[in-house]
Ligand binder design. Structure first.
Ligand code: 3HC
Length: 283
């Protein structure tokens, strides 16, 4: 890696070895898609037990995709699954994983202090060419990056649940993200087969800035007694063509994550009515 320490060499780095931190819904989805598109992936979480659940979920999801992709060949289905699985390693040691990574993608709990602490540790361990990215839904990438000395090699890669099916990745640029880093993140998103959009580091980027207030407005509508949850969901599916209604979607994203997002925004932007907390998610 000696070449990679200079800026010009960093330009040429092609992301091949990826560490995904967090084996939850998002982390395992990101690990799956990265492996299925030929990247070497290390998926990290706190225990082997969590990681074996994550790998089982990945294997199931790959199987569903393989059935559609290679409908007429069981052999092709099983080699699609086993090829992707063979590119995924699991680890409970993020520092060791970071040492051989071109890119570290963090998908852990939506808490600024925990993310900052994590990245400070990773910053000391990872090679200098390694790019850091967070999959945060709602926190500032710049604030997370401020816990490291590689703010130029730090950006956002925001994926959507279910990661294997959703075609979008938001690529987030802070004022300090270098042009090379941003371009590499965009290239990586495309290498995963996703469409990328460029976002500034603003709360919720594009999708969640629109989607979360919409879900919260649905909850307020329910709390006022204007309509039932079932009717609100039906209305948005049949009247606006959404694949899921707002309540179904909040469940699908996870009420824990939805709550972290809205409570975080309510505390940080108390004067913005879009981030008003809703009573059924505040406790
Ligand atoms: N893995 C692999 N394949 C999957 C899958 C998964 N996890 N989920 C769905 N599929 C595929 C399968 O091919 C499945 O067919 P199968 O059951 O025969 O295997 C096919 O999709 C159809 O799935 P379903 O019949 O279960 O249901 P749908 O047709 O409704 O599709 C959906 C499921 C793609 C999840 C669709 O309902 C949808 O797009 N929902 C909205 C999701 C959304 O808005 N996500 C964004 C949330 S916001 C977010 O994530 C940001 C965060 O920061 C909060």
């Amino acid at each position: 890696y000696s070449r990679a320490f200079s800026t010009s060499a960093a330009l040429k780095t092609v992301i091949k070895n990826v560490t995904v931190i967090g084996g939850g819904l998002m982390g395992s989805g990101i690990a799956q898609v990265a492996a299925a598109t030929g990247h070497n992936v290390t998926m990290v979480d706190e225990t082997d037990e969590i990681l074996s659940r994550s790998t089982a979920a990945i294997e199931r999801s790959l199987g569903r995709i393989a059935k559609k992709k290679f409908a007429d060949s069981e052999k092709a289905q099983s080699s699609y699954v086993s090829d992707a699985m063979s590119r995924i390693q699991i680890s409970i040691n993020p520092v060791a994983a970071a040492k051989k990574s071109d890119l570290v993608i963090e998908a852990i709990v939506e808490n600024l202090e925990i993310k900052q602490k994590f990245f400070t540790t990773m910053d000391a361990a990872a090679p200098s060419h390694t790019i850091f990215a967070s999959n945060t839904s709602s926190l500032s990438i710049g604030e997370i990056a401020s816990a490291t000395k590689r703010r130029d090699r730090f950006g956002g890669l925001h994926f959507f649940n279910p990661v294997p099916m959703m075609k979008l990745v938001e690529v987030v640029k802070t004022p300090e993200t270098s042009t090379d880093t941003f371009q590499q993140l965009v290239n990586f998103g495309k290498a995963l087969g996703k469409t990328t959009v460029e976002c500034k580091d603003t709360p919720g980027f594009i999708v969640n800035r629109l989607l979360v207030p919409y879900m919260m407005e649905a909850v307020r509508m329910l709390e006022r007694g204007d309509a039932t949850a079932k009717d609100i969901d039906t209305a948005m599916k049949l009247g606006a063509g959404h694949p899921m209604g707002p309540f179904e979607l909040a469940d699908y994203v996870g009420l824990d994550t939805t709550r972290f997002i809205i409570n975080g925004w309510a505390a940080k932007f108390p004067d913005n009515p879009l981030s008003n907390p809703v009573s059924c998610l505040t406790n």
